[in-house]
Design a binder for this molecule. Structure first.
Ligand SMILES: *[C@@H]1O[C@H](CO)[C@@H](O)[C@H](O)[C@H]1NC(C)=O
Ligand SMILES: *[C@@H]1O[C@H](CO)[C@@H](O)[C@H](O)[C@H]1NC(C)=O
Ligand SMILES: *[C@@H]1O[C@H](CO)[C@@H](O)[C@H](O)[C@H]1NC(C)=O
Ligand SMILES: *[C@@H]1O[C@H](CO)[C@@H](O)[C@H](O)[C@H]1NC(C)=O
Length: 355
């Protein structure tokens, strides 16, 4: 009799355990503690998540198919975390959860890339819902009035300020005036990296200032770290965690140098498939390590959308010669849409529904 009861209990535990297992595999709730950022890219016939012909406000520079990119496999890749699944994107659920809320992306054109992806993902999920899209200066505001949701993008390449002064344009490593418009939003998603590298005509400052010291130049990773620390202090001083969730879009890698993935002569041009496997041969990105260090020293919680490794694998995801505008020649930095930034938004969605 005793043995029977024990067997019965074991059976119940087994069934229960199995049920749990199913749920985790069934896309609903990724297992707690599962690392969504470790995995590989797999072909999925249900991809892409949208077609840009249904997304009338897509910017030309991201619409690679429209710009003549002939291969199509690159839109078919889904990110598969190693130990669980990413939740399926449900745009209507996203909008319902965020009713009455403002989402603000702050950053450079890679932040713009993610903002565009999210607005396309949401619009194609609820094609009949009215939307308005306005741009005033550096601020783009996309509104779904019936859900009372605003998805905004504020262009800001360094997060810290650049001021015009008598000596010239000064990059101020310890000043954040723009923070005024960041306050009070419910979800903030920051990014910054690419502009820290620019030199020559693309460098939009003449001097770097830290405290009362002015420099003609500085090691760019050191400057990046100082700027990020100022941003971190802004978050510590100004964000009410009961009201606002803060994300950082990790460092988005480019693919100009094929040596990083074992094709020394290549760039992103004519790449049609991702790097195979779970690891990027080129290793960690130096800026990613700086970002990790600064976020790790913060006392307030910032969700890192740890996109670097998974994007490093996508040497096939860039516009290359099928961009438009400033990068008409060869764009190995931005990403085609539909494409990699859609996955960044799936990771954002996963983080939002997990709480
Ligand atoms: C980001 O993800 C990569 C790949 O899983 C991992 O190696 C790295 O440590 C992660 N970074 C952080 C800050 O968690
Ligand atoms: C998007 O839609 C257009 C027009 O319906 C079609 O020609 C094109 O093949 C579609 N693209 C993809 C990637 O499905
Ligand atoms: C610069 O700032 C440091 C520390 O804030 C201070 O000790 C120093 O006197 C200042 N120097 C000048 C020239 O103002
Ligand atoms: C956030 O909410 C908690 C629980 O309601 C409260 O104890 C805490 O003081 C609040 N924090 C701030 C910064 O308002």
């Amino acid at each position: 009799m005793g043995i029977l009861i024990v067997l019965l209990i074991l059976l119940i535990i087994h069934i229960h355990g199995n049920g749990h297992h199913k749920e985790a595999r069934g896309n609903i709730n990724p297992k707690r503690g599962c690392d969504l950022f470790q995995g590989n890219w797999v072909v999925d016939d249900s991809y892409p998540l949208y077609n840009t012909s249904e997304c009338p406000f897509i910017l030309k520079e991201f619409d690679c198919q429209k710009n003549g990119r002939p291969d199509k496999l690159y839109v078919k890749y889904r990110w598969q975390p190693k130990d669980c699944n990413l939740p399926r994107f449900n745009g209507e659920d996203f909008l319902r959860r965020l009713r009455g809320k403002n989402i603000l992306f702050v950053g450079d054109s890679l932040s713009l890339n993610q903002w565009q992806s999210l607005t396309c993902m949401l619009h194609t999920a609820v094609p009949l819902a009215k939307y308005t899209s306005v741009r005033t200066g550096g601020l783009s505001t996309f509104i779904f009035p019936s859900y009372d949701v605003k998805v905004m993008f504020s262009r800001n390449a360094f997060l810290v300020d650049i001021a015009s002064e008598s000596i010239g344009r000064v990059l101020k490593l310890d000043s954040i005036e723009a923070g005024k418009i960041w306050k009070g939003n419910h979800i903030l998603i920051f990014d910054s990296w690419h502009w820290w590298l620019h030199i020559g005509r693309k460098q939009p400052w003449d001097f770097i200032q830290e405290g009362n010291r002015t420099f003609k130049d500085m090691n760019r990773l050191v400057a990046y770290e100082k700027g990020l620390k100022t941003w971190a202090k802004w978050v510590e001083d100004n964000v009410d965690p009961n009201k606002t969730r803060v994300f950082f879009q990790g460092v988005s890698p480019d693919h100009l140098n094929g040596a990083k993935w074992g094709e020394p002569r290549a760039s992103c041009e004519e790449q049609k498939v991702p790097v195979d496997g779970f690891k990027y041969p080129g290793g960690s990105h130096p800026a990613e390590l700086v970002l990790q260090k600064v976020l790790g020293a913060m006392s307030k919680r910032v969700n890192l959308l740890n996109i670097t490794t998974l994007s490093q694998m996508r040497k096939d995801g860039h516009p290359s010669v099928y961009g438009y505008g400033g990068h008409r020649d060869m764009d190995c930095s931005h990403w085609c849409l539909p494409g990699v930034p859609d996955t960044w938004n799936l990771l954002l969605y996963a983080a939002l529904i997990q709480n």
